[in-house]
Design a protein around this ligand. Structure first.
Ligand code: ADP
Length: 186
């Protein structure tokens, strides 16, 4: 083993409000060609539009999801991604691409990051076909409307979504369509 080889570290940045199976798949694939991944949760993105979970909760969920994977860590960051990358010594950003609609924004951001720091490279991984329709915003909406998010998020995320919406609307039945004739159960 070459002990002097530089560790290959990638950043997977985003909002992760919350992390979905689509994100997880991209992060696990990145581990196929880097030594370590830092999932970087942007604080600034949440200032303009308040998210469902605060940034510390998003970080906590990512840590729960990757509890069995020591090569993945989660951190929140403020300010520019290029500054965070420099601080942690990362020169690679990995982003997932779902559809053509992601492309324009993603390339714009990659080019902007390269203009800010030519040493920071961005690579795109095409999303898995089964997750190409999946977004955090859809997961939030489904959970808010009482739908089952099991196919879209890991267990720790599902638990927190359930707790969140139960807290917001304590009167809503957990089963919105009780069988006729059955006593109503909260
Ligand atoms: P942002 O707010 O920057 O779009 P997101 O948390 O939505 O952050 O996404 C972070 C990264 O994960 C982005 O590269 C995004 O394209 C990618 N991503 C989001 N959803 C999926 C998915 N279902 N499959 C693959 N990649 C995804």
């Amino acid at each position: 083993m070459d002990l002097h080889r530089r560790e290959r570290l990638a950043l997977c940045p985003g909002s992760f409000d919350p992390i979905t199976l689509g994100h997880e798949e991209i992060i696990r694939r990145a581990l196929g060609f880097v030594d370590r991944v830092i999932v970087a949760v942007a604080r600034h993105a949440t200032q303009a539009k308040r998210g469902l979970f605060d940034v510390d909760e998003r970080v906590a969920m990512i840590r729960e999801v990757f509890a069995d994977e020591p090569r993945v860590e989660a951190q929140a960051f403020d300010g520019l991604l290029v500054d965070f990358a420099r601080r942690v010594g990362a020169r690679l950003v990995v982003r997932g691409l779902r559809a053509v609609s992601d492309y324009e924004y993603e390339v714009q951001m990659a080019l902007m990051n390269r203009a800010l720091d030519p040493e920071l490279e961005t690579i795109f991984l095409p999303s898995a076909a089964e997750f190409s329709f999946l977004s955090s915003s859809l997961v939030r909406e489904i959970a808010a409307l009482g739908g089952d998010v099991t196919p879209f998020v890991s267990e720790p995320v599902r638990r927190r979504l359930r707790a969140r919406f139960r807290r917001r609307d304590p009167d809503r039945p957990t089963d919105p369509t009780p069988t006729p004739g059955e006593p109503w159960r909260p």
